[in-house]
Design a binder for this molecule. Structure first.
Ligand SMILES: NC(=O)c1ccc[n+]([C@@H]2O[C@H](COP(=O)([O-])OP(=O)(O)OC[C@H]3O[C@@H](n4cnc5c(N)ncnc54)[C@H](OP(=O)(O)O)[C@@H]3O)[C@@H](O)[C@H]2O)c1
Ligand SMILES: [Zn+2]
Ligand SMILES: [Zn+2]
Length: 350
């Protein structure tokens, strides 16, 4: 067995619901033949981290170190890892393991996040019962398939949000063939949303930003929106009726009005849920049937999708707007996300 640099890993853990994260050390998983150990340089704060800290999606396996927009350098690798070298700068998104078998309905189609044996980067259980631990830490060990080389054009801090937020918004655009001239709307201009505006513009779409924050208007227009609609203003909303081919929902507000959102979509248009709100959707079937509108959802992206996200971002100069913060200020960063103050992603640095 290969020895790593971090046999014990210290990070910032949520020990129970509703308390600040605290330093905590856990015993690292052994480095298997296909695994890598990564010394973490930085990690973004994703909305999903907050849902998990709060047990918003069901009871969390506390203590847990969240964080799945991880960038760092390879410090050790298993004997069968040939595509990565010690010292390589890599990123890890929301997945740390998948079966990768040719008969897996998910892995064989590049849909690793749906692998029945998949393990998310944190708060998931490995077959041995141990809970996976994420990136608000000094290091992480994952299956090397899920560690992706970062293009040199993108700085480590800007690459972090491109490990989760980026592929989450770009993958459904790619897989559904969103193209030049299509009318794309994005609801919720946070970590995911501000990247969605940029990816849609780079694809040549006509982009509308739907936000509850008027003070994001100028930036939305710079990031690629040609129209800005304040979802709290009925006058603004009238202009949005039947105006979209695709609508990406990244706001997880409990007050989201999905019937209203459907009214912004044109005949045969598609609404894609990317946010994972803690409540169920309330939608009138007639809203969808009358107008032949579709609603669906999309989960992060497979490894090829993440690679495409990174290369497309490098090529089209798509970068997140980030607020850097030392990892030791993680609780301030989280509070800032909760207060809706972040423009547009906090990236914690070691
Ligand atoms: N599908 C996936 O695979 C996937 C991947 C990553 C994240 N997610 C989910 O996507 C959602 C958004 O993540 P994110 O990282 O983009 O979060 P974020 O940075 O906090 O952005 C969410 C945005 O939603 C809007 N919003 C309005 N009311 C809100 C409320 N009450 N609470 C929270 N947001 C509100 C805000 O935009 P305005 O100010 O413009 O209204 C806010 O900036 C989360 O539910 C997260 O778990 C899903
Ligand atoms: Zn995420
Ligand atoms: Zn699989």
């Amino acid at each position: 067995m290969v020895d790593g640099k971090f046999n014990n890993i210290t990070g910032w853990a949520a020990k129970q619901n509703g308390t600040p994260l605290e330093p905590w050390t856990y015993e690292a998983r052994p480095i298997g033949t296909k695994d890598v150990e990564i010394q973490i340089q930085c990690c973004g704060i994703c909305g999903s981290d907050i849902h998990t800290i709060d047990s918003g999606w069901g009871k969390t396996n506390h203590p847990v170190i969240v964080g799945h927009e991880i960038i760092g350098k390879v410090t050790a690798k298993g004997d069968e890892v040939s595509h990565l070298q010690i010292g390589d700068l890599v990123g890890v998104g929301a997945q740390a393991f998948g079966c990768l078998e040719s008969d897996c309905r998910a892995c064989s189609r590049g849909l690793e996040p749906h692998c029945p044996k998949g393990v998310f980067t944190y708060n998931a259980k490995y077959p041995d019962g141990k809970v996976s631990q994420g990136g608000y830490a000094e290091a992480v060990r994952v299956n090397s398939h899920f560690a992706i080389r970062i293009p040199s054009e993108i700085s480590p801090q800007e690459a972090a949000p491109l490990m989760c937020a980026g592929p989450t918004v770009f993958t459904p655009m790619l897989r559904k063939g969103v193209k030049k001239g299509d009318r794309v709307g994005v609801v919720g201009i946070g970590g995911l949303g501000h990247l969605a505006l940029q990816f849609a513009r780079a694809l040549g779409c006509e982009v509308t930003a739907f936000s509850s924050s008027d003070n994001k208007k100028e930036e939305c227009l710079k990031l690629g929106a040609t129209k800005f609609i304040n979802i709290k203003k009925e006058e603004d909303l009238k202009k949005a009726k039947m105006s979209l081919d695709y609508l990406y929902i990244t706001s997880n507000a409990k007050s989201n009005d999905y019937n209203k959102m459907a009214s912004w979509v044109d005949y045969e248009g598609q609404m894609c849920l990317l946010a994972l709100p803690e409540n169920n959707l309330d939608i009138n079937p007639r809203t969808l049937i009358k107008g032949s509108k579709y609603i669906g959802g999309s989960l992060i992206g497979g490894i090829k999708d993440i690679e495409k996200t990174l290369s497309f971002a490098a090529e089209h100069n798509i970068r997140p707007i980030i607020e850097k913060m030392p990892m030791s200020k993680v609780n301030e960063g989280i509070q800032s996300v909760r207060d809706g103050k972040v423009r547009y992603r906090v990236v914690l640095e070691n």
